[in-house]
Ligand binder design. Structure first.
Ligand SMILES: C[S@@+](CC[C@H](N)C(=O)[O-])C[C@H]1O[C@@H](n2cnc3c(N)ncnc32)[C@H](O)[C@@H]1O
Length: 203
C-alpha cells in the first residue's frame, strides 16, 4: 500500500471558490487535483494500491480531510481532467459542510470520505500501518532508502509545510528526497510512484 498525505495550508475548506479560477480563488485546489491525478492514474488504468489524504487548512472551516481509497473507488470516478477532479473535491466539501464531530468520516462516493480530522490525526492513523516519510529536497536520496510494503509520504503544497508541521514530523518521519531542486508536488508524487514501481516486482 502507498499513502500520500498532502498538507494544504491555504486550500479552502468550503466550496466557495470558482471552478473557472481554481488557482486564484481556492487556495490552490488545482494543485491537489494534479496530485490526485499523479497518485492514481495510469494510462487506461488505475492504481488500487494507493490512498491519498488531502489535509485542508484554508478558510473558512479548517481542518477538513478528504480520503481517497484506491481499493474502494470506482475506476471511472477519477478522470484525467482537472475540472472533474475539482468537482469531486467540491462534492466532498459540500457533504462535510455541516459535520461537527472531530473524528467521524462520511462517505461522499465509494472510496471517498470527508471528515474534520486534523493533520496530526491523519499522521497518527497512518503510523499504525505504514512507515512514514517526509518528502523534502534535503532528505536522503530515494534510491538509498529500503522501502517496505506499506509506505506513506507527507508532502507540502505550493508553500511547503510550516515549521510547526515540520516539528510535529521530526522523529516520526524520515526526510526523503527525489533531487535537490524543488519540484511541483504532483511531479514529486508521479516520480515516487514510478520509482516504487521500478523496485516492486510486477504482480
Ligand atoms: C512545490 S513544493 C513546495 C515548495 C516550497 N517552496 C517549499 O519551500 O517547500 C511541494 C512539496 O513537494 C515536495 N518536494 C518538492 N521538491 C522535492 C524534492 N526535490 N524531493 C522531495 N520532495 C520534494 C515537498 O514536500 C514540498 O513541500
Amino acid at each position: 500500500m502507498r499513502t500520500f498525505i498532502i498538507k494544504a495550508n491555504k486550500a479552502h475548506t468550503k466550496a466557495d471558490f470558482k471552478l473557472k479560477d481554481l488557482p486564484g480563488t481556492s487556495g490552490r485546489i488545482d494543485l491537489l487535483c494534479r496530485v490526485l491525478n499523479s497518485a492514481f492514474l495510469l494510462s487506461h488504468s488505475f492504481r488500487k494500491n494507493v490512498r491519498v489524504w488531502l489535509s485542508l487548512y484554508g478558510p473558512p472551516n479548517p481542518p477538513k480531510a478528504i480520503r481517497f481509497e484506491g481499493q474502494g473507488m470506482k475506476p471511472k470516478t477519477l478522470n484525467p481532467d482537472e475540472l472533474s477532479t475539482a468537482k469531486l473535491i467540491i462534492k466532498a466539501l459540500k457533504v462535510g459542510e455541516n459535520l461537527r464531530e472531530p473524528s467521524k468520516e462520511i462517505q461522499v462516493l465509494p472510496g471517498i470520505y470527508v471528515s474534520n480530522l486534523t493533520f496530526e490525526d491523519i499522521i497518527r492513523r497512518t503510523l499504525k500501518g505504514a512507515t512514514l516519510y517526509y518528502l523534502h529536497e534535503e532528505g536522503r536520496p530515494i534510491e538509498r532508502v529500503n522501502f517496505s510494503q506499506n509506505v506513506a509520504f507527507v508532502l507540502g503544497d505550493h508553500e511547503g509545510l510550516t515549521p510547526e508541521d515540520e516539528a510535529f514530523l521530526s522523529g516520526i518521519a524520515e526526510k526523503v528526497s527525489i533531487g535537490r531542486k524543488s519540484y511541483l508536488a504532483s511531479h514529486v508524487v508521479a516520480y515516487v510512484n514510478i520509482f516504487l514501481d521500478s523496485i516492486t516486482p510486477p504482480p
